[in-house]
Structure formats: C-alpha cells, structure tokens
Design a protein around this ligand. Sequence first.
Ligand code: HEM
Length: 281
Amino acid sequence: METEKKTQTAAEQMTDRDLSEQIKKVTKESHVRAENTELMLSFQKGQVTLQQYKLLLCSLYEVYQALEEELDRNSNHPGVAPIYFPAELARLEAIEKDLEYFYGQDWREKIVVPTATKRYCHRLRQIGKENPAFLVAHAYTRYLGDLSGGQVLGRIAQKSMGLKSSEGLSFFAFPGVSSPNLFKQLYRSRMNSVELTEEERNGVLEEAVRAFELNIQVFDDLQKMLSVTENKLQNCSTHSSNTPAKTLQIPGPIIKTAPLLRMVLGLFVALATVSLGIYAF
Ligand code: HEM
C-alpha cells in the first residue's frame, strides 16, 4: 500500500519524545504480565480450548463494540481523526461472524461476559464522552496488539482447536492491511502527529497502562469463570436479542434455583408455619 510505504522514513525518524515510543515503554511491563496470564499462556502453548476461545470472543465483542462506537462518534476529534482507520482495523463485524460460526444464528442470546469486561466497556464509554483524546491509548492497545502477537495467536488457535479452515477466525484476519508491519509504522506516525499538551500526554500514557490492566482483568475473570462453571456455560439461559450481555459476578458459581424446587420449599415453610400455629394454639 502506498500510504504504508510513505511511512517507512517517518518510522526511522522517531524519537524518544514520540508518543508511540513512550507508550510502548510505559506498557512494557504490563505487556509481559498480559502475555503471562493463564489464558494467554494457553494460547502460546497451543492449548487453547474451544470453550476458552468462545468465551474470549464474547468479551471481545463487547469491548470492540464499545471501542468502535466511541471511535466512530469521535472520529472528527483532533485526538482521534489521525488514528481513525475503520476500513483497515474495525473488528466488530469479524467478531460477529465468528460468534455466529461458534454459537449459531442466535449467538446474541448466548453471549456471556464477566464483570471485568463490563468494567472495561464502561471505561471506554466514559472516556469517549469525557475525554476522547484518551481513546488513542485503547485503540493502540487493542489494534496494535492484534496486528502483532495476535497474528501468531490466530495461527496457533486454528491448530489448537482443530479448525480445518479459517472459519471462526475472522477476528485475526485484516483484509484491509496488506502488511501488518508497515501498517503499524503508519499507525505509529499518526499517533505521533496528534498534538497533545504535556498533561494530556501523561493522561494518554496512564490510560494505556490502564487499558492493559483492564485486558488482564478480563483474561483473569474469563479463566476463573471457566474453572467455576466448567461445561455448564453451554447451557446458559437465553436473552432477548436487544438485551445487553449477561454479566457474571466472579468468583461464584452460576446457580439457578429451579421454580419447582422453590414451590416445594415454599409449601414446606407454609405447612411448618401452620403446624407451629396449631401446636401453639
Ligand atoms: C500471548 C500473548 C501475546 C504475545 C505472544 C504477544 C506478542 C507480541 C509481539 C511479538 C509484539 C511485537 C513486538 C514488537 O514489534 O516490538 C507485540 C506487540 C504488541 N502487543 Fe502483544 N502479545 C501478546 C499479548 C498481548 C495483549 C494481551 C495485548 C493487549 C491487550 C498486547 C498488546 C500489544 C501491543 C499494543 C503491541 C505493540 C507494541 C508497539 O509496537 O508499540 N499483546 N506483542
């Protein structure tokens, strides 16, 4: 791509004052922690299960929905416009396709997300409203991650889950990006073109560390959810298509008291009360 080629020289000229360099530096330690979460280690060892991946997709759906809605809404904001690449980067449609592949047509009714995912989305919506200049921190964390380690993880996931074609793995494919490395260079140079005051710059850097933290919390919650519910997740209850995804409080098993059991218990309590009343009388 012509635009990607043009950025090669720009990338070579980057300095320590560049946002792209600073953001990479401040999130270095968080990146290592993210890589070492149980969920990411399962990916790297080629042991990711279908259940793990399906659950991750549900959370990614919620996160990208919030992120991309906020980016779209703020696309003319001076802190967003330079890094706004919906045609190349948008993930929501790809995730929807994958969810349909794994969960079937009624996938919207089956989405389950942990509390940490709701927290992450809440933060995205909050900064979209109050401080759109911070969105770059979140877009960087997710999209550059997807274009970096994410590319390898996609290939590993395909093998681990025994998928014969790339069906169910649209999330990892970026048809609008011919070279992830060149595109990342373009993205970095666009990040560096955003004009920020010292205070805003510090805010963006802090937000990037927070973005990694929110991702780590999602991975940890997903893992806890899996160990608590084991195979029960597949039988999760249905929702109307317009209702938001079900949130699970972690830790804690999902227990649904059967209505019949509740009726029997109620009858038992009523009988006991009446018997006690007669006895006292
Ligand atoms: C199994 C887990 C992961 C592996 C193996 C992995 C691996 C990598 C690799 C090899 C790079 C390229 C480094 C470079 O070009 O210098 C990279 C970059 C990146 N990764 Fe990851 N990653 C993982 C998880 C994550 C997660 C969970 C996130 C965020 C949620 C993330 C965000 C990023 C970002 C933002 C970059 C771009 C860094 C930059 O060039 O500024 N990664 N990752």
